[in-house]
Ligand binder design. Structure first.
Ligand code: UD1
Length: 368
């Protein structure tokens, strides 16, 4: 019997850990053939290859090599190349994840060819259309046939937008599967020891959102506050390429490097990053995924954003949204307040990939 061909679209750093647990789960299924498609949106070794290695992923079956560009250039580039691949190979289903440009671009290309698409991490909304990711989420969810959500708020957002209930399947948070799958490697990585930092006595910083880094004034304000915070607690700061470029342009990188309590690093692979995060006292970030990972780990998270598409990390987790001028007090209060008992949203249990496979089995059975 011919196997069902499933394209798994991996594209950029935040998606590799969403696709990996699903790829490993699907590889154990005899009825299907998971095919890994990397669009090449992220291409630096430490933004891409390192994640494939850490997450035990084989080389992608197809690398579309699209690379960087303006939003339109990157989106269009992915569409043109992915359309060709789809016409040549006609996959039976396409799985896209998260909210990056490639997620939307592959969905658009596939739906124009009338191919079925499933969106992993559907339904998240920041209600802020100035974020490119929000546009990507809206378009992807409007078009995808199957919407796999991580939490009840996501279901409600989709229902409000008119998605038919049979398209929505709550599967939970697949990022937790990645963490649990790699747990022993993460524990063995001992990043705190390698950085000569005491466990539970340092902060992890990641910043890369356009709103925080693209305006030099905002970035300078954040840098000033990080330096203030570093008088109280050492900081580990792996710098995203976008942020590095902006810091260099604004002459701020040398300033940060001059502060001994701030450890400037290249972007870390998944295992090393999670190891550093696991032993941190606090995270300071504007990433989406880290808001979820800190909730799971019970580590306070100070998020430099005005909104979040992941409100459950506030209502049921450790996340707090702050404006840059509140960073110092938010970190101080996170460090001085006693850790509350770890809570975890429902279905953030490491079994999301299994539920996704069950859902796929059902829809593929229906179409065959
Ligand atoms: C993208 C996603 C964002 C995600 C982030 C995680 C979109 C709209 N945004 O933002 O949701 O949180 O990835 O990293 O898809 N660059 C490199 N090397 C790389 C990748 C990028 O140098 O491997 C540089 C590019 O040249 C560009 C900048 O980083 O200057 C931005 O890269 P891009 O992928 O366009 O967007 P991100 O800011 O990474």
């Amino acid at each position: 019997m011919k196997k069902t061909v499933l394209h798994l679209v991996a594209a950029a750093r935040p998606n590799f850990m969403k696709i990996a647990p699903l790829f490993h789960a699907l590889r154990r299924e005899s009825w299907c053939e998971p095919v890994m498609v990397h669009t090449g949106q992220h291409y630096d070794a430490n933004m891409s290859e390192a994640f494939f290695r850490d997450l035990d992923l084989p080389q992608a079956d197809y690398n579309l090599g699209v690379g960087s560009g303006s939003h339109a250039e990157q989106t269009a580039g992915v569409m043109v190349v992915y359309e060709k691949l789809c016409i040549e190979h006609r996959p039976d289903w396409i799985v896209v994840a998260g909210d990056v440009n490639s997620t939307m671009a592959c969905t658009l290309a596939a739906k124009k060819l009338n191919l079925p698409v499933a969106h992993l991490e559907a339904g998240l909304r920041s209600f802020d259309r100035s974020m490119p990711e929000e546009i990507n989420r809206l378009v992807t969810d409007a078009l995808a046939d199957l919407l796999w959500t991580p939490s009840p708020d996501a279901d409600r957002n989709l229902e409000r937008e008119g998605a038919a209930p049979e398209r929505i399947v709550r599967v939970g948070n697949i990022m937790i599967d990645a963490f649990e799958l790699m747990h022993s490697k993460i524990v063995l990585a001992r990043m705190a020891d390698r950085l000569k930092l005491a466990r539970g006595a340092y902060g992890v910083v990641t910043i890369h959102r356009p709103v925080n880094v693209d305006a030099a004034g905002n970035l300078a304000g954040i840098v000033d506050r990080l330096i203030d915070i570093s008088a109280r607690i050492q900081l580990v700061f792996p710098i995203h390429p976008r942020t590095r470029n902006r810091l260099e342009e604004a002459g701020l990188l040398a300033r940060l490097r001059g502060v001994p309590a701030i450890h400037i690093l290249e972007p870390l692979g998944y295992v090393d990053f999670m190891s550093a995060l696991m032993d941190a006292a606090v995270a300071i970030t504007d990433s989406g995924g880290i808001q979820e990972e800190t909730t799971y780990l019970g580590i306070p998270c100070v998020t430099l954003r005005e909104n979040t598409e992941r409100p459950i990390t506030i209502t049921e987790g450790t996340n707090r949204l702050v404006k840059p001028d509140m960073m110092v007090s938010a970190v101080t209060s996170a460090l001085s307040s006693a850790r509350s008992a770890r809570r975890c949203p429902e279905l953030w249990d490491g079994k999301t990939a299994q539920r996704v496979v069950a859902s796929l089995r059902q829809v593929c059975g229906m179409v065959r």
